[in-house]
Ligand binder design. Structure first.
Ligand SMILES: *Cc1c(COP(=O)(O)O)cnc(C)c1O
Length: 457
C-alpha cells in the first residue's frame, strides 16, 4: 500500500492565487497598519485566517444549488434538509438560521435568563458573548489537560465531570442546561470522547438538566472518536455522529464548518419544550420556519454538504492535513498545541521568538512575519486577542501566545502545506530580525479585528 494519503478529490474549477513578492507584501502589510485582517484577500497566497465558510463546495453541491426552491413557505429544499438532519441527529425539529450565532441567540433567548449559569467544556467566543449579553454566566470546565499546549491527550476537549457535578450540586437551580462543544474550537479544535459525552449527558439528566451540544465540527469529532476511542473503529462516522447526538436534547450548528457550505446554520430540538418560543423568535429575527435566514438553494447545498462532511475518506484526509503540518513543525523544533486538532494548527510563538518581550506581542509579530515571508495569513490568538488595555493605561496579557493556521475545507493540497512548512522554517531561521509591534489605535472590544499597529524600533 502506498503511504501517501492523497486528497480524495480532483479539481474541476480553480481560483488563481496571485503571486506577490516579499517587498510587495511588506508594503501591503504596512498599508494594512500591520494587521492582517485589513489585507485584501487577493494579496494573500495561503489564506488560513479561518475555516469558517471558506471551503470549496463539490459539484454535487453546486448541482443542488440549481435544485433549490425559493418558495417562501413549504419549499421542498427545507424538507430535503430536514430529512438529512433527522437522519444524522435523530431530532424531530429543524430550525434553519443564517449562521451559528443566530442559532445561539435564538435558543439562548428562549431557554435562559439573567442570573443563570451555563457550563460547557469551552464556550466559543460568540457563544459566550450571546450568553453574557443575556446576563448569563458562561462557565468553562474543560479538563486541565485541555489548557496545556504541550500535553498529549487523545480527548483534550473533554469536560471535567467532577467540576460539572460540583457545580450542579452547588448551583443546580441556576443552571437551565449544560453544553458541550464538539470539537472544542477555543481549546484548539480538540475532540470530546463518546464516553465523556455519555457521562456528561447522564450527569446533567440526573439533575433534570438538558444537554445542548454546539456541533459545528461534529463530523471531525466523530472521526477522532473512530481513530482514537476503543470500540468505535468499525463504525462509520455517520453511525458515530448518530450516537453522539443520541445523548443530546438540542444542538446549535454553524454550517460554515462541517456543513461544508459558505453560509448557514441551524438549531435542532428533540422535544417540544423550547419549540414555540424558538419559532417565534426565528420569525422575528431570521425568517419563516421553512427557510430561517437562508435561501432555498442554501438549504439544498447544506443537505448535500452534511453528508459529504461525514465521508470517511474525506475526514481521514482532513485530520491528516493538520497532523502532517504538525509533524513538519515538530521536525523544525517549533512548539504547537498537541496533538493537532481537526481544523487548525496552533503555533506556540514563544518557541520561535523566545526573547521577544510580551509587550511587543510575539504572536502578532510572528503572524506578520508569516505573511511577509510567504504570504500566509493566520490569526493571532494571544495578548492582542485576549489582553486588554485598562483605563489606567496598563495592559493585561494572555497566558499563551499562539498563531492559528485554520484550514478551509477541500481548498489546499499537500504542496501548499509543504510550502507553508518551508516558510515557517525560513521565518524561524531569521527570527532575530522579526520586529515586535505596539498598538497605536484600538477599540474597546474585540480589538484584534480593527486595531492599528506600528513596528517597535
Ligand atoms: C463558528 C462557531 C460558532 C459560531 O458560528 P458562526 O456561523 O460563525 O456564527 C459557534 N460555535 C463554534 C464552536 C464555532 O466554531
Amino acid at each position: 500500500m502506498p503511504k501517501t494519503l492523497i486528497e480524495p478529490f480532483r479539481i474541476k474549477s480553480i481560483e488563481p492565487i496571485r503571486v506577490t513578492t516579499r517587498e510587495q507584501r511588506q508594503g501591503f502589510l504596512e498599508e494594512a497598519h500591520l494587521n492582517v485582517f485589513n489585507l485584501r484577500a487577493e494579496d494573500v497566497l495561503l489564506d488560513w485566517l479561518t475555516d469558517s465558510g471558506t471551503g470549496a463546495m463539490s459539484a454535487e453541491q453546486w448541482a443542488a444549488i440549481m435544485r433549490g426552491d425559493e418558495s417562501y413557505a413549504g419549499a421542498p429544499s427545507f424538507f430535503r434538509l430536514q430529512a438529512v438532519v433527522r437522519e444524522i441527529t435523530g431530532m424531530a425539529h429543524l430550525i434553519p438560521t443564517h449562521q451559528g450565532r443566530a442559532a445561539e441567540k435564538i435558543l439562548f433567548t428562549s431557554a435562559c435568563k439573567s442570573g443563570q449559569i451555563v457550563p460547557n467544556n469551552c464556550h466559543f467566543d460568540t457563544t459566550r458573548a450571546n450568553l453574557e449579553y443575556l446576563g448569563v454566566d458562561a462557565r468553562d470546565l474543560v479538563i486541565s489537560e485541555g489548557l496545556q499546549p504541550a500535553t498529549i491527550h487523545p480527548f483534550k476537549g473533554n469536560i471535567d465531570l467532577a467540576r460539572l457535578e460540583a457545580l450542579l450540586k452547588a448551583e443546580g437551580e441556576r443552571i437551565p442546561f449544560g453544553m458541550l462543544t464538539v470539537t472544542n474550537n477555543t481549546g484548539g479544535g480538540q475532540p470530546v470522547s463518546m464516553a465523556n459525552i455519555r457521562a456528561c449527558s447522564e450527569l446533567l439528566h440526573a439533575y433534570g438538566k438538558p444537554l445542548v451540544m454546539d456541533v459545528c465540527r461534529f463530523a471531525e469529532n466523530a472521526m477522532f472518536i473512530k481513530l482514537r476511542e476503543p470500540g468505535f473503529e468499525h463504525l462509520s462516522p455517520l453511525e458515530i455522529a448518530q450516537q453522539m447526538f443520541s445523548y443530546a436534547d438540542a444542538a446549535t450548528m454553524s454550517a460554515k464548518k462541517d456543513g461544508m457550505v459558505n453560509i448557514g446554520g441551524f438549531i435542532v430540538l428533540r422535544k417540544d419544550e423550547w419549540l414555540e418560543r424558538v419559532r417565534q423568535l426565528l420569525i422575528l429575527w431570521e425568517g419563516y420556519p421553512t427557510y430561517g435566514g437562508l435561501a432555498g438553494r442554501d438549504l439544498d447545498a447544506l443537505a448535500v454538504g452534511l453528508k459529504e462532511g461525514l465521508n470517511e475518506d474525506y475526514l481521514r484526509y482532513r485530520l491528516r492535513t493538520a497532523e502532517y503540518l504538525g509533524e513538519k513543525l515538530e521536525a523544525l523544533g517549533i512548539g504547537f498545541v498537541k496533538p493537532t486538532g481537526g481544523h487548525a494548527v496552533y503555533i506556540d510563538a514563544r518557541t520561535v521568538l523566545p526573547d521577544m518581550p510580551r509587550e511587543h506581542y510575539p504572536a502578532w509579530a510572528l503572524c506578520n512575519a508569516l505573511y511577509i515571508e510567504g504570504g500566509i495569513r493566520g490569526v493571532e490568538v494571544g495578548s492582542v486577542m485576549f489582553g486588554k488595555r485598562l483605563d489606567d493605561g496598563s495592559e493585561t496579557y494572555h497566558s499563551m501566545e499562539l498563531v492559528r493556521l485554520a484550514f478551509p475545507r477541500r481548498m489546499y493540497t499537500q504542496s501548499h502545506f509543504d510550502y507553508a512548512a518551508e516558510v515557517i522554517a525560513e521565518v524561524k531561521a531569521a527570527a532575530s530580525s522579526i520586529r515586535g509591534v505596539r498598538i497605536v489605535k484600538q477599540p474597546k472590544q474585540l480589538r484584534h479585528f480593527t486595531s492599528e499597529f506600528a513596528w517597535v524600533d
